[in-house]
Design a protein around this ligand. Structure first.
Ligand code: SF4
Length: 226
């Protein structure tokens, strides 16, 4: 776990938006850097190294969130990496995101956090509980490649989507048992990478890679193979 710097700062892998495949509506997506859980089959191995990514102050992230709200975004999804490896910074981020949404009159915009921690592990950690106090919903649990699920926004059948606030119950309640055979996968291209956003089914990433290769894209490396 990282020491908290004097100015609240999060180690970040990437920030992308709008994303539509990890939570309801158009959202700002923030992937933190650093995860020690090493789930077999993780699609985001590039986020494991806590020394990767870059430091971003919560203040700067708040400005990005404010612009996203001004552009009509419906929520913020924090994923990773493991957000609870940085509990102080995560708590500061969610506190600030909560204040900003109220200040700009967008109090209905929701805050969703993906974590590999189980609910019992969160409950046993005062710093994790504190960090998540403004999270409207959490998706919890390690990714288990051998337990696929059709439930939306979850990667494996053991993972739980749990609303934690009244806003979260309004926003996520209708989706708790919603299933799909065709989960949305979103592709965003930046200067140096093709980002695949969403919760793919087993084998789907390799198939997508093959399709993109036949369309002329050459991959130097990908983030889901060791
Ligand atoms: S699936 Fe999530 S919790 Fe598991 S190793 Fe990957 S980033 Fe970490």
């Amino acid at each position: 776990m990282r020491d908290a710097p004097a100015v609240p700062t999060l180690r970040v892998s990437q920030v992308l938006g709008p994303i539509t495949a990890l939570g309801p509506g158009r959202r700002l997506g923030l992937w933190v850097q650093g995860c020690p859980l090493a789930c077999a089959g993780c699609m985001s191995r590039h986020t494991w190294d806590p020394g990767g990514g870059h430091d971003v102050t919560v203040e700067r992230l708040a400005r990005v969130w404010q612009r996203a709200l001004a552009d009509g975004y419906d929520g913020l999804t924090v994923s990773g990496g493991e957000p609870l490896e940085q509990p102080e910074a995560l708590g500061a981020l969610l506190d600030t995101a909560d204040r900003v949404r109220r200040d700009v009159g967008r109090a209905e915009a929701d805050l969703l956090v993906y974590t590999g921690w189980e609910e019992t592990e969160i409950a046993a950690s005062p710093s994790a509980v504190l960090a998540l106090r403004h999270a409207d919903a959490v998706v919890t649990g390690r990714y288990r490649a051998g337990e696929p699920t059709r439930l939306v926004w979850r990667g494996s059948a053991n993972q739980r989507l749990t609303p934690r606030t009244a806003r979260g119950r309004r926003r996520y309640g209708p989706h708790l048992e919603r299933r799909t055979d065709h989960p949305e996968l979103q592709i965003q291209v930046t200067e140096d990478a093709v980002h695949i956003i969403g919760v793919p089914r087993p084998g789907e990433l390799s198939s997508l890679e093959r399709d993109l290769t036949t369309q002329g894209l050459t991959f130097r490396e990908n983030t889901w193979r060791p």
